[in-house]
Structure formats: C-alpha cells, structure tokens
Design a protein around this ligand. Structure first.
Ligand code: 5GP
Length: 219
C-alpha cells in the first residue's frame, strides 16, 4: 500500500483470533464504551445471520461485486475465510479515520492480519490476538451461536488450529478471552489501546467491573 503521501496520525487496532473466541462481543462492548473510536465495516459474500443488519459490521455483497472491489483496489486486504466466503477490509474508511488521528478497531482473521502487517505502516498498527485455554471452550461457544452443520464446525476448528499456531508469534499482544470473563478481556484490550494510543492519554472509559491480569506483549 502506498502511504508516502498520507499523514496518518491515528492507529489501527486489529482484533484477531479464531472463530468463537469472542472478537465480535469484545468489539460490541468497546463500541458501547468508546463511541469516540472508529469501527469500520468490512465486506463479505456470506449471508447475513438472523438479526444481522447490512452496514453494521459487514456490507453483504455478491461474489461479483466483491471481485469488482478487488479489481478496483478498494480493499486493504481480503481473504477466503473457513475455505468458503470472501471477507475484505475496506481501505477508504480506515485511511480517512487515521488521517484524523482516530483510534480504529477492526476484527480480521489471521490471513487478513498477516496481509495488513505486510503492507501497513508499523507505527500506525497494533495487533491483538484473543486466545482461549482449550479447544472445547471454542466449540461450546460456536455451538451456542446456533446450530451449525458438522462440516462447518470442522471447518472452523481447522481454521482455529492454524490461527493458534500463528497468533502468539505474529501479533503484538495476546489477551485471554475466558468463558464468562468478557469484561476482563475488554479491560485488557482497553489497557493496550491506552498504552498505544497516539495521544498517550487514557481513552475515556465507560466503567465496567472486575480486575484481570495485565495483557502480555508477545514481542
Ligand atoms: P463471521 O462470519 O463469524 O462474522 O466471521 C468469520 C471470520 O471472518 C472471523 O474470524 C472474522 O474475524 C473474519 N473477518 C471478519 N471481517 C474480516 C475482514 O475484513 N477480513 C478478513 N480477512 N477476515 C475477516
């Protein structure tokens, strides 16, 4: 990505981790506590789930439209996730927000994280890997979302294996996302944002309870 002529003063925080680890929940809670951050939408070819609205987390598009967006270089990165559907990060809203000095939060899968790490200015990027102590926790959480075909669970677990292998190695921070402790996980993420925020000031917090261990930088 050409960034020479851009004055990026904000920071992009990537929330990474396998399906079921709680990325969506953590980001939804951050959104409630920190409306001052930017939460850009991504594009995907997957169908919306019941209750999911276009334009909140994703813009739902056809394969044809997605491939046009690739050709038009609208995407910062894109990937086929769980060997199935396209997901892609929109370039424009992120660049615009970073030019304004904003803190930008976006979840991506590990492939997306690796692609962004390769092309994005390091000083404007922080990657946070959410992790769980055991696989069964992930399966339970994925199952809780609603009935998924056996094949789909298998596919998600295969992606998870790959993500665990890489996450700790390539991401800047690892944060435990323990079952029933989502507020602690959010607090850990807030602490990282606080420490990494360009102004060096703590972002205002909307409260929350419970202490947790400090998150660990992985490098
Ligand atoms: P879901 O379909 O459950 O919302 O997301 C499936 C996976 O796609 C999750 O691991 C999520 O992090 C990932 N994902 C969501 N948005 C993007 C994106 O813009 N780019 C990439 N590479 N992955 C994404």
């Amino acid at each position: 990505m050409e960034t020479k002529n851009l004055k990026l003063t904000g920071k992009l925080f990537l929330i990474v981790g396998p399906s079921g680890v709680g990325k969506g929940t953590v980001i939804a809670l951050l959104k409630g506590k920190h409306p001052e951050f930017e939460y850009p939408i991504s594009v995907t070819t997957r169908d919306p789930r019941p209750g999911e609205k276009d334009g909140v987390v994703y813009h739902f598009v056809t394969r044809k439209k997605f491939e046009e967006m690739i050709k038009d270089k609208d995407l910062l990165e894109y990937a086929i996730v769980h060997n199935k559907e396209y997901y892609g990060t929109l370039k424009k809203p992120i660049i615009k927000a970073l030019e304004k000095g904003k803190i930008v939060i976006r979840e991506v899968d590990m492939q997306g994280c690796e692609s962004i790490l390769k092309v994005f200015p390091k000083e404007n990027l922080v990657s946070i890997f959410l992790t769980v102590p055991n696989k069964q926790d992930l399966i339970d959480r994925i199952l809780k979302r609603g009935k998924l075909p056996e094949e789909e669970i298998k596919r998600r677990m295969q992606s998870a294996e790959k993500e665990f292998a890489k996450g700790g190695r390539i991401c800047d921070y690892q944060v435990p996302s323990l079952t029933g402790k989502v507020n602690e996980c959010v607090k850990d993420v807030e602490r990282i944002i606080n420490g990494e925020s360009p102004s060096g000031k703590a972002p205002p917090s909307g409260g929350g309870t419970g202490g947790s261990n400090p998150s660990s930088p992985t490098n």
